[in-house]
Design a protein around this ligand. Structure first.
Ligand code: FRU
Length: 484
């Protein structure tokens, strides 16, 4: 009996490490994605020993469920060509046995310090889970060793939901923010807590950075807090925000509040309301870093909880958005531009120059970049078309709105966009995703779609544009499979 059990366990293990992508039709060509299995949040994004490192929430055992989170790992010299590395962290300690949840990285003394949430489930009990914060260290950027005195921050006295440490250093002090749920007048509310430390190991709670008063939801996940353009941005992913017209239509949101922060009082004073960072269907759990070029980069999980997208049947779930450069405008809005390194994925230019309605070009491998320049006083319609359906991107000049409609239930996303002198748009298409960058990045829309057959890009019938440039993009993520 025991032999049979052991053989079964071994077979299951071998199956899980040999997980594979069975069909490439939806697998990204140039967006970071798991080698197989399930991916959610980006974790520990950092630049270390000449490489960008991207860790992520990973279930190696199945693409159908998040399972027990591991930290998957990949690296890149240019944020475009990605190489998969061995799994960085397993949920194999008593304190993190139900999941090594999200976290972030700090580089110091030639070492990578990885802060993460150690998650434990207690089925049938109340509360049914607990979370603490833990540390792991890597000296070579591949092998990660968990700290022997973990966990380093206990959730003592808190609600069980306290997670996703985002660390940084300022002066001689280390800081981290945590997402947390608290209860006020019997209502669950989300908030972000600030901690500080003088040695990276011993932490004290300092202040509440911001908290929901109801409309901003019952739990705030993946907080990030950083200085930009003389202000501070609190970027987070709240759960439980109710739809308001065209706003907050996704299951969970991702957005930011801009304000000022004083390191002496440790108080954050908001100067804006909460604004969504992206207006598409699939943008969650962002992580940002200040990279070696002093750019504030951000990327997100280009997916959403509870979507069950068709890619699951091909052996993988999830991908990241393109890394974007964040800047802050005078009226305290974040602009997002794709990193210029993405040009390294360019192949041939399929078409360029003026174009009129009905112009249609087919991408060589379902992956391309589209640059448009047109007059902001006329409507513009562009569709991404394949065998079974299409995605429509539509600029409504009269109402000053941009929309993306991927069809089906809940297909439409729309927001205000009023380009002034010229309408500029850059659109990245990658097998099962589209990212639209409007103007100088004042609006972005990131959504997944599942269209079979070759993909074409087509200008709407009555449109006239000054520039319609379509470029094929190459594969920059290795994967061993073909489209079927
Ligand atoms: C956000 C999140 C995090 C958590 C992780 C678990 O998507 O729920 O709060 O750490 O995913 O995989």
């Amino acid at each position: 009996m025991r032999v049979i059990f052991n053989t079964l366990t071994l077979l299951l293990f071998l199956y899980s490490i040999n997980g594979e992508i069975t069909n490439c039709r939806y697998y990204p060509r140039y967006h970071a994605a798991p080698p197989y299995g399930w991916m959610n949040d980006p974790n520990g994004l950092t630049f270390f020993k000449n490489n960008y490192h991207l860790f992520y929430q990973f279930n190696p055992d199945s693409a159908l469920v998040p399972g027990t989170a591991h930290w998957g790992h990949m690296k890149s010299t240019n944020l475009v060509h990605w190489q998969h590395l061995p799994i960085a962290m397993y949920p194999n300690n008593t304190y993190d046995r139900s999941g090594v949840f999200s976290g972030s990285a700090l580089i110091e003394d030639g070492k990578m310090y990885l802060y993460y949430t150690a998650h434990i489930n207690h089925p049938g009990e109340t509360p049914d889970h607990e979370e603490s914060q833990a540390l792991a260290i890597s000296e070579d950027g591949v092998n990660v060793v968990k700290y022997e005195n973990n966990p380093i921050i206990l959730g003592a006295g808190r609600q069980p939901d306290i997670r996703d440490p985002k660390i940084w250093k300022h002066g001689d002090t280390y800081y981290l923010v945590l997402g947390n749920k608290f209860i006020k007048n019997d209502t669950e509310l989300g908030r972000v807590l600030l901690y500080s430390s003088k040695d990276k190991y011993n932490w004290e709670e300092d202040s509440i950075v911001a908290a929901s008063d109801g409309p901003l939801g019952y739990m705030w996940e993946c907080p990030d807090f950083f200085q930009i353009g003389g202000y501070f941005v609190l970027l987070f992913s709240p759960q439980g925000v109710k739809p308001e017209g065209d706003k907050f239509l996704n299951l969970y949101q991702c957005g930011y509040i801009v304000g000022s922060f004083d390191y002496v009082t440790r108080k954050f004073v908001p100067k804006t309301e909460f604004r969504e960072l992206d207006h598409g269907h699939d943008f969650y759990a962002t992580q940002s870093i200040l990279d070696n070029k002093k750019r504030r980069l951000v990327l997100a999980w280009n997916d959403m909880w509870e979507t069950n997208y068709a890619e699951q049947n091909d052996g993988f779930t999830g991908q990241m958005t393109l890394p974007r450069i964040l800047t802050l405008t005078k009226d305290l809005r974040l602009l997002q531009r794709p990193v210029p390194e993405i040009r390294e994925a360019r192949d041939n230019v399929i078409c360029t120059g003026r174009a009129s309605g009905g112009t249609s070009v087919t991408l060589a491998d379902k992956a391309g970049e589209v640059n448009i320049r047109a007059s902001p006083s006329s409507d513009l319609e562009l569709s991404i078309e394949g065998k079974n359906r299409s995605v429509l991107i539509y600029y409504d000049a009269t109402n000053g709105q941009i929309s993306l409609d991927r069809g089906g239930d809940d297909g439409l996303r729309r927001t205000e966009w009023k380009p002034k002198y010229i309408l500029k748009m850059t659109i990245f298409i990658d097998a099962s995703s589209v990212e639209v960058f409007c103007g100088d990045g004042e609006v972005t829309m990131s959504s997944r779609f599942f269209i079979d057959g070759p993909l074409s890009v087509r200008l709407g019938d009555n449109c006239e544009v000054e520039q319609f440039r379509v470029i094929n993009l190459k594969r920059t993520i290795p994967v061993d499979c073909s489209d079927e």
